[in-house]
Design a protein. Structure first.
Length: 254
């Protein structure tokens, strides 16, 4: 009569099936062992020991670490900055509020030329988002440059976000999916909300739960580094995977 309710997924069944099928697709493209053996990268000095001062030199050092962890040779890629007009808008309007989903980074895809990534200089202010952007743009190089995925594939961008989780950068991608910021100075005050990436927090929470589930991690310590919303969605998704006796897509046997 007073039985416990069953865990419910924080996303639709269609979204859940897409993530599962996309994990299988990524496994076919880059190998399931890339997920099973991935080091989960944390926002700690252990993984990012270099001093960070928002400079271009700091960007290059961070890029080298992210690229190396993702199995890409940093010396073979050009990384530059581009300027966003968003900050100018804020300065011109005394009481500014609104949403921004401008590009955090750009990958110039030309298989005949040297790979080139551009990073929005606004990302330098937020190391968490910067790492997420670098991982996403490097994902383009992994999937597009050798022709593993067609650049016109409508699933390219969300699949690329999933690849960052697949390769151990899920904490950065998930924590940067939605950023709410307030600001106030002598001339202006207001708020802004930034969306980075192509998956919702609910989808990212499930993807992280599936990532851990495939690796046999029931309560991974790295979950503590997730933002509150994503952590909650991950816990709900993990409970659903266990309660529904979900089958692992690959890897460890139950």
């Amino acid at each position: 009569m007073f039985g416990l309710s069953k865990p419910k997924l924080p996303l639709t069944p269609e979204q859940q099936r897409w993530i599962d099928s996309s994990f299988l697709r990524l496994a076919s493209l880059v190998g399931a062992n890339r997920l099973l053996q991935a080091t989960v990268i944390l926002p700690t000095p252990e993984h990012f020991p270099d001093p960070y001062d928002r400079s271009e030199d700091a960007l290059q050092r961070m890029f080298a670490r992210v690229a190396t962890q993702m199995g890409v040779k940093p010396a073979e890629i050009n990384v530059t900055l581009f300027t966003s007009g968003y900050e100018l808008t804020r300065k011109l309007v005394p009481f500014h509020s609104g949403e921004s989903s401008g590009a955090g980074g750009l990958y110039h895809h030309d298989p005949e030329a040297r790979p080139h990534i551009e990073i929005n200089e606004e990302q330098l202010k937020d190391p968490m988002s910067l790492v997420a952007t670098l991982a996403h743009e490097l994902g383009h190089i992994i999937l597009l440059r050798p022709g593993l995925v067609d650049r016109a594939d409508p699933q390219m961008e969300p699949l690329n976000d999933l690849l960052t989780i697949f390769l151990g950068f899920g904490i950065f991608t998930a924590n940067s999916a939605f950023r709410f910021e307030q600001h106030q100075d002598s001339t202006s005050q207001g708020w802004s909300a930034r969306r980075l990436g192509y998956l919702s927090e609910e989808q990212l929470g499930y993807a992280l739960a599936r990532f851990a589930f495939e690796r046999g991690e029931t309560k991974p310590a790295w979950r503590a580094f997730l933002a509150t919303n994503v952590k909650s969605y991950m816990k709900r998704s993990a409970a659903w995977l266990t309660d529904s006796h979900a089958t692992r897509l690959f890897g460890l046997s139950r």
